[in-house]
Design a protein around this ligand. Structure first.
Ligand SMILES: [Zn+2]
Length: 302
């Protein structure tokens, strides 16, 4: 049995995967806003799942950050009470077993690579388009993390082939640079772009509804978004040449986004034909927690 835990900013979710494990074994609790409470909550979640399943399992945990290879300490987490803490060592001590911890975007990608939209394909680039823009790379159903543990972080590359208008706008990014892909392709970036070009201050959902009702400004905002996503993904394809790009996060639900991007990719990719598929994820909100379980891979006994 494989237990996956998704440690989110607002909730901690746990599931159990296994050939004869009921799919209904699933637990969800609010995330305590302190470190000791978070460790307690995860240990309790695992104990409850194991009690219900009547057996023990391997444990993988997805976190909004990474545990640094050199230090063993959490970094780059927006749940700030985790930063600088030896999360992996503490979890292994609490659970009395080896534990695997990975970034949540990497867990999303792994889930889709193992038995989701990227099933059976060698190289999967997973994309999160949400309040931030992240990503992950899975090669043969393993996360490719890299020595700096930032593989797949395309959100903080500059938007490629900028137009004069984009160059003039150059939105500042929280990372300290300007013009990052995230500043254009996150939900807030999409809303800012609509406002900057005279569409007014509206939520993403309102802009999508307005476009569906025939509002030309909203339609143009959607078209700019799709073109920017195409450019940013073309740069990823030129570097990684993945078999499939799996879109996730709230902004991936913009109407017809995968087909629009697929159709436009040949304009930007350094190849006459583009065989890389761009698809929506299969497992939705459950991909993170499922991928955490798959940190113990399919060909390893759990
Ligand atoms: Zn940035």
């Amino acid at each position: 049995m494989r237990i996956g835990v998704d440690l989110g900013g607002t909730k901690i979710e746990g599931i159990a995967l296994g050939a004869d494990v009921p799919a209904a074994i699933r637990r969800r609790v609010a995330t305590p806003r302190d470190y000791a409470g978070t460790l307690d909550a995860i240990a309790r979640l695992v104990a409850e799942i194991e009690a219900e399943a009547g057996r023990t399992g391997s444990v993988g945990v997805g976190i909004p950050g990474v545990v640094g290879h050199a230090t063993g300490l959490v970094k780059n987490a927006n749940s700030t009470w985790l930063i600088g803490r030896p999360l992996l060592a503490d979890l292994e001590a609490r659970l009395s077993r080896p534990v695997r911890v990975a970034n949540d975007a990497n867990c999303f990608t792994l889930s889709e690579a193992v038995d989701g939209a990227g099933r059976g394909l060698e190289t999967v680039f997973g994309v999160i388009l949400g309040t931030g823009v992240g990503g992950g790379i899975a090669i043969r159903q393993r996360v490719h993390e890299g020595p700096n543990q930032i593989a797949g972080e395309w959100g903080h590359n500059p938007l490629p082939w900028m137009t004069n208008g984009e160059r003039a706008a150059m939105p500042a990014c929280y990372c300290g640079k300007a013009g990052c892909v995230e500043t254009f392709l996150s939900g807030p970036g999409f809303e800012r772009d609509h406002e900057r070009l005279g569409g007014g201050r509206h939520s993403s959902q309102e802009i999508v509804r307005a476009a569906a009702a025939g509002d030309p400004r909203a339609t143009e905002t959607l078209e700019r978004y799709s073109d920017r996503l195409t450019r940013a993904l073309a740069a990823v394809i030129n570097l990684l040449d993945p078999d499939v790009i799996v879109l996730g996060g709230g902004m991936s639900n913009l109407p017809a986004l995968p087909s629009a991007v697929s159709a436009a990719l040949p304009r930007y990719v350094f190849s006459d034909t583009v065989l890389t598929r761009v698809v929506l994820n299969t497992h939705g909100d459950s991909s993170g927690v499922r991928g955490a379980a798959w940190l113990w891979p399919p060909d390893v006994e759990a």
